[in-house]
Design a protein around this ligand. Structure first.
Ligand code: XMP
Length: 509
């Protein structure tokens, strides 16, 4: 395994994913990890990440310098290199201007780190400070026009540094360099596969749970579905899943979950039909934030009620992923962590006095999908688009009623059918219909109509933090529109949402 020390770079998760793409397991830890803990983890190599700080600032993040004496190979990237240089008695110089963007890297000495890299190759720079003087025993191995020390090493002590970012795609041979570090320098084995993960995770769940019972809130989304199947493989019917049907789901959603998990996987799934609790709470409510609060509160009540019926439950399982874990404990989490927090169902564990198990907490989303496939879940489940916890309620602008839910559900079903047939389901991040609190005039046959308006929203995105409206083909939109107006009673107009995020959000509420 490779240990990555998190100095706060925006690229840290990318470093981790690149390492894992080479089938080497890695873990990201904060700089205050002690040398003893590192020894315990027994990494084959350590990567010191980049970060926004300057090394001579008083409060800049540092890791115990004993890390340099462990005899474990180390690769310092950007700030990581500067930390290493500073700790070993070299000099980091403040430079007048930031260097940001492409630069041509000229190799001066290859060594193991730069083996098989072209003599001249493009790299991606993003730094303010520079290396002024290298510590004793270090040599410059590559330079750019503006940066004399673009790469350096002390091969004897197996300490390496890159001033640029090998983890971003703009560094053309970055992949090669990481490969050189992992296999040439650290001699890692390619042992990180989802098969090996399943083996170990199953053992761990068995050992943790013993003969106790586990409760899991199943939503039908990718993360909770994969977590459920994995835990089920470990402990079978000691796992009970609770599926809360809040009455705000898409068409046939509950039935699909029942068929898949209860029937095909033979899992113990309790269906809490609670549509009435949710709808009565939402009666007369139009304010988006109030809607969300009511739904969140009701969810906890219903889940709690169901979980109490499961005698001897001691554990609560959740499909928490690695980015949540890293962001929640990172001192550099920044605003992204805060924006997302309202999306998570907080409060459950504390209130219920259950111990948490989170078997996916070291996985990235793409790994969870691979894992799901390996565990026998279909593409339909592992590639499911995200769906918000408050469900269709945040897609009905104004009051949520049975009648309005039925209109939206039917319109949404038509849209999704066309999106799937047109092969756009995986090309877009999300696609859905929204019911507006407006009516407009239309004409059907010889009759004047006065009916509802449906808005269609489809976006492309990498991570939901930013998004762009999807350029769906006009003929697809045209089919969606005419089918909705013809097939869904009560709708006579369809519009397409062409706003991006920011300044809009993906959901309308
Ligand atoms: P916004 O609308 O903030 O949405 O641009 C960003 C992403 O988050 C999803 N979303 C939610 N997911 N519970 C969830 O589990 C929620 O309350 C919630 N609200 C929004 C949204 O669908 C999009 O993918």
């Amino acid at each position: 395994m490779i240990l990555i020390i998190d100095f706060g770079s925006q690229y840290n998760q990318l470093i981790a994913r690149r390492v894992r793409e080479h089938q080497v397991y890695c873990q990201i830890e904060p700089p205050d990890i002690g040398v003893d803990k590192i020894r315990e983890l027994r990494p084959e190599g350590i990567i010191l990440s980049g970060g926004p700080a300057s090394i001579y600032e008083k409060r800049s993040p540092r890791v115990d310098r004993g890390i340099l004496e462990l005899g474990i190979p180390i690769l310092g990237i950007c700030y990581g290199l500067q930390f290493m240089v500073d700790a070993l008695g070299g000099k980091v110089a403040q430079s007048e201007k930031r260097e940001y963007g492409f630069a041509e890297l000229i190799i001066r000495e290859r060594g193991k780190m730069l083996a098989d890299v072209e003599n001249k190759t493009r790299c991606w720079m993003s730094h303010g400070d520079q290396i002024g003087r290298l510590p004793a025993g270090f040599r410059v191995t590559a330079s750019t026009e503006n940066t004399e020390v673009a790469a350096a090493e002390n091969a004897k002590r197996r300490l390496y540094g890159l001033q640029f970012h090998p983890e971003v795609v703009h560094t053309v041979e970055g992949k090669k360099m990481l490969e050189n570090f992992l296999f040439g320098v650290c001699r890692c084995q390619k042992s990180w596969t989802m098969k090996s993960f399943i083996r170990e995770a199953v053992e761990e769940v068995k050992e943790t749970v013993g003969d106790k019972r586990v409760v899991l809130g199943l939503s039908g989304g990718v993360d909770s579905s994969v977590a459920a199947v994995l835990i089920h493989r470990a402990i079978g019917r000691q796992l009970t899943c609770v599926f809360v049907d809040n009455g705000l789901l898409r068409l046939n959603e509950g039935d699909k979950v029942r068929t898949l998990f209860a029937k095909n996987f033979q899992m113990d799934v309790r269906f809490a039909r609670a549509g009435r609790d949710f709808l009565s709470g939402l009666k007369g409510v139009t304010d988006p934030e109030r809607k969300r609060k009511i739904i969140g509160r009701t969810f906890i009540q219903v889940f709690d009620r169901e979980a109490k019926k499961i005698k001897g439950a001691e554990f609560l399982a959740q499909g928490t992923l690695y980015p949540d874990l890293i962001e929640s404990r990172s001192a550099f989490g920044g605003p992204s962590a805060v924006i997302k927090s309202h999306h998570n169902v907080g409060g459950l564990p504390k209130k219920m006095k259950l111990k948490l198990i989170e078997p996916l907490k070291h996985l990235f989303k793409d790994e969870v999908r691979l894992l799901g496939k390996e565990l026998g879940l279909s593409d339909e489940v592992v590639w499911r688009q995200p769906f918000p916890g408050p469900g269709l309620a945040v897609r009905i602008i104004g009051e949520v009623t049975e009648k309005r839910l039925a209109i939206l559900r039917n319109a949404d079903a038509v849209l999704m059918e066309e999106i799937r047939t047109g092969n756009y389901y995986r090309k877009v991040w999300q696609s859905f219909a929204v019911l507006l609190p407006l009516k407009s005039v239309g004409i059907m046959g010889d009759q004047r109509t006065y009916e509802h308006i449906i808005a269609i929203r489809a976006v492309t995105s990498e991570d939901a933090m930013t998004a762009d409206w999807a350029r769906l083909p006009h003929d697809l939109l045209s089919r969606v529109s005419s089918r909705i107006i013809n097939e869904v009673r009560g709708v006579n107009r369809v519009v397409y949402d062409i706003s991006s995020k920011p300044p809009s959000t993906i959901e309308w509420e």
